[in-house]
Design a protein around this ligand. Structure first.
Ligand code: BT5
Length: 355
């Protein structure tokens, strides 16, 4: 398999059969009979799956065994864990929900063993005319991106996911989508791990004050109308300390480090898509107000003294509110209120005040 090529066809069938074996050996004979492939073809696919990073043991008498610490992250395993909608309505063409006309996210669904960046792939799908909801996952990214061209470290074990949206919005109305995603992902992480992440404006989720997730929103637009938006979500799920970037100031963390046990990546991906569908649907239907209320409940920003780094310089103040358009409102020491629409915010240590 070449890097970047999605799992598909016979290779996917072999992988699914192995994954369903629950770490037991499956004989080459059984695989070839159940999938209608020659023994040589099965062997070839196994070799290619190994090349993609999967640990598969081969035993001369017993057959093949997938050694998986968690569960294999694939479109099929994620679809199985989705809730709130009959599986039949997730057909490839389904872009709206049968019951309430809300958006349908997660189809078409690509999973790649190795990509430069899921956002790049989702943008290519956007250019090709893929429908809203198209989703791309990679087991690892070689050129994962943060905002402003910064690096995003994306080794195997994390959830690196991008969703293509086609909101009926003007370009200036898009920035709250980052906050929509942050709310959705905070809920998903809570659902799957039991942790309570806090949102640091605009795009970080923190656990115990350390970054566990980042959101990267990119858009393509004509003069007054969005053509597509790509929401890129990176969650340090099952990353070890050694896999995380080493940063002196605020050392990041992972769900594994925070809880001591691995999360199920298919469960996490399904929860992210479910919650995103819910909150994006609400945003389209009712505007930013309901998202704002939930964001304020989940905020790890309001009430903190922060340093905001803006294109024009640095501002220090207390974060006091989230405006109706998603801007962060700072109270400056001189009593002035300053709205921050874009920029980086650092929480100043040990300065928490009641909201
Ligand atoms: C972000 O940027 O936080 C957005 C990250 C988005 C990543 C997803 S993964 C799926 C999709 N495909 C992509 O290529 N990207 C998206 P920003 O706020 O600019 O934070 C970037 C900074 O976080 C870096 O400069 C590092 O200091 C730090 N960093 C890098 N990798 C990290 C990691 N895995 N965990 C925590 N912090 C990290």
């Amino acid at each position: 398999m070449t890097a970047g090529e999605p799992f598909s066809g016979q290779r996917l069938q072999v992988l699914l059969a192995l994954a369903q074996g629950a770490e037991d050996y499956i004989s080459g004979q059984r695989l070839s009979e159940s999938l209608g492939l020659s023994r040589t073809a099965v062997w070839k696919h196994i070799q290619e799956l190994r090349g993609a990073g999967l640990e598969i043991e081969a035993h001369p008498r017993l057959g093949y065994r997938l050694v998986a610490t968690g569960e294999v992250l694939l479109p099929e395993t994620v679809r199985q864990r989705r809730t709130g909608r009959p599986a039949g309505s997730r057909g490839k063409q389904a872009v709206t929900r049968a019951d309430d006309d809300g958006p349908c996210l997660g189809e078409p669904f690509e999973c790649h063993p190795n990509l430069r960046s899921t956002n790049d792939r989702a943008k290519a799908l956007g250019v090709e005319g893929a429908p809203q909801g198209a989703t791309v996952i990679a087991w690892q990214q070689t050129l994962g991106r943060g905002r402003l061209g910064r690096d995003w470290v994306s080794p195997p074990g994390g959830l690196w996911l991008s969703v293509l949206l086609r909101p009926p919005l003007a370009p200036a109305e898009v920035s709250p989508l980052t906050l929509v995603a942050a709310v959705a992902v905070a809920e998903a992480i809570e659902q799957v791990s039991g942790l309570h992440p806090g949102i640091k404006w605009p795009n970080d989720l923190l656990v115990g004050g350390r970054k566990v997730c980042g959101v990267l929103t990119e858009l393509a637009a004509e003069a007054d109308r969005v053509s597509y938006v790509v929401l890129g979500i990176g969650i340090n799920a099952n990353l070890t300390k050694e896999q995380l970037p080493n940063q002196a100031a605020t050392q990041p963390t992972s769900l594994l480090l925070a809880t001591g046990k691995p999360v199920s990546l298919p469960n996490l991906a399904a929860a992210v898509l479910d919650r995103l569908e819910k909150w994006y649907g609400r945003f389209l239907q009712a505007g930013f107000a309901p998202v704002r209320r939930r964001w304020l409940e989940l905020s790890a920003t309001i009430g903190h003294e922060v340093t905001a780094t803006l294109p024009s310089g640095t501002v220090v103040g207390t974060a006091v509110d989230l405006a109706e358009d998603g801007a962060l409102v700072l109270a400056l020491p001189n009593g002035e209120r300053r709205r921050i629409l874009a920029g980086d915010v650092t929480l100043r240590p040990a300065s928490k005040k009641a909201p």
